[in-house]
Design a binder for this molecule. Structure first.
Ligand code: GLA
Length: 403
């Protein structure tokens, strides 16, 4: 879905005034500041910047096991991803098989013969953090036991295993209230005394941008991503609609990365990664880190782009301007006063895309230095705007800093 420019600009103009305010979706777009509602995001020291890590689902589905996870943890270190900021190794659906007679959740003994505690210890020994998946309903999306009526017990089990991150899904939840169930599990996690990131995964179906802050550290804003250009853009556009609620402690989540999974070109993956960075989205890789190409590794470890995502100001970027259909300028203000700017060409042929200073919040006559974050090159100083040719299904990503 394409979000009209005037929507984005209006929301931004509003939220720039009160950086931590949320604009209820139903309010008129030029609502007075007084109509804003404060967003109370979690303030527990976790997820002060968008979480970074890896999750098994996009590439491996249910085919998860101990040696895979150890291999991924090893590759996270040897590839340089850990040092670039990636931390969480998260096992998605299908690690669990049943509950024992005391109701304790049991990891598949064939696939995880040493158990989750030993696996968490291994991941921790690499300087990484460990995460698991569960579901708020009776069963997970793949039919494994869910957390319903076992919230405290599961939270205690996870804490005892050394879990640092839980993704909680929403399958088989008929008749349940999402805010109630997620709050219950949040409170159960807090009661363990262990710092654990809570990833809310109900696909945006119960407007989690309205209640997720204060309950979880990230909340999905969309259905599942597919490894296609169209799906990736759809998720980015949907996520962008909730720009004003994101910030340190709580982030909109347009779903995990598909970079390196083969369905898009490297240029399209660069666009995917750049959009996620502009959106201050969690950067959760979803490819096989053990066998990835050098091109994929370089893409996932581009520190200049990661720095945009992880910028301490914690403002989600937005669509600033679309001069022609598919030729877009996105902007994200950074803590040092610079702007990260993404020139995105969604069209079928190369286009010259121009970011006007006035569209990205700089004085129209300002002189500003431009640095290209994919070319790792300074482009010089420009007055009024910056234009660059952008191939089809590709991006140019720069920072712009006024002198
Ligand atoms: C849902 C979630 C996905 C993944 C699968 C696992 O579809 O949205 O991210 O966790 O379940 O079954």
């Amino acid at each position: 879905m394409f979000v009209p420019i005037f929507v984005e600009v209006s929301v931004r103009a509003f939220s720039r005034v009160v950086a931590t305010s949320v604009l209820a979706v139903s309010l008129p777009l030029l609502a007075p500041v007084a109509a804003a509602q404060q967003v109370h995001r979690l303030d527990d020291g976790l997820a002060r910047t968008p979480p970074m890590g890896w999750n098994s689902w996009n590439k491996f589905g249910c085919d998860v096991n101990e040696s895979l996870i150890k291999g991924i943890a090893d590759a996270m270190v040897t590839s340089g991803m850990r040092d670039a900021g990636y931390r969480y190794i998260v096992i998605d659906d299908c690690w669990q098989v049943y509950r024992d007679t005391s109701g304790t959740i049991v990891a598949d003994p064939q696939r995880f013969p040493d158990g989750m505690k030993a696996l968490a210890d291994y991941v921790h020994s690499k300087g990484l953090k460990f995460g698991l998946y569960t579901d708020a309903g009776t069963n997970t999306c793949q039919g494994r036991p869910g957390t319903l009526h076992h919230e405290q017990q599961d939270a205690r089990t996870y804490a005892a295993w050394g879990v640092d991150y839980v993704k909680e899904d929403w399958c088989n939840s008929r008749g349940l209230s999402a805010p109630t169930q997620y709050r219950l599990f949040h409170e159960a996690l807090v009661a363990t005394g262990r710092p654990i990131v809570l990833s809310i995964c109900e696909w945006g179906s119960n407007a989690p941008w309205n209640w997720g802050p204060g309950i979880g550290h990230l909340w999905r804003t969309t259905g599942d991503i597919e490894d296609t250009w169209t799906s990736m853009l759809r998720n980015a556009d949907l996520d962008a609609m909730h720009q004003a609620v994101a910030g340190p402690g709580g982030w909109n989540d347009p779903d995990m990365l598909e970079v390196g999974n083969g369905g898009m070109t490297d240029e399209e993956y660069r666009a995917h990664f750049s959009l996620w960075a502009i959106l201050a989205a969690p950067l959760i890789a979803g490819n096989d880190l053990r066998t990835m190409s050098a091109a994929t590794r370089d893409l996932l470890t581009n520190r200049e782009v990661i720095a945009v995502d992880q910028d301490s100001l914690g403002v989600q970027g937005w669509l600033a301007e679309q001069v022609k259909p598919g030729e877009q300028v996105w902007v994200k203000p950074l803590a040092d006063g610079a702007k990260a700017v993404l020139l995105l060409n969604r069209g079928d042929s190369t286009a010259e895309i121009r970011a006007d200073w006035s569209a990205i919040g700089l004085a129209p006559r300002a002189r500003a230095r431009v640095r290209d974050l994919w070319a790792h090159a300074n482009r010089g100083a420009f007055t009024g705007g910056y234009a660059a040719p952008v191939p089809s299904h590709a991006v140019v990503m720069v920072t712009v800093k006024a002198d």
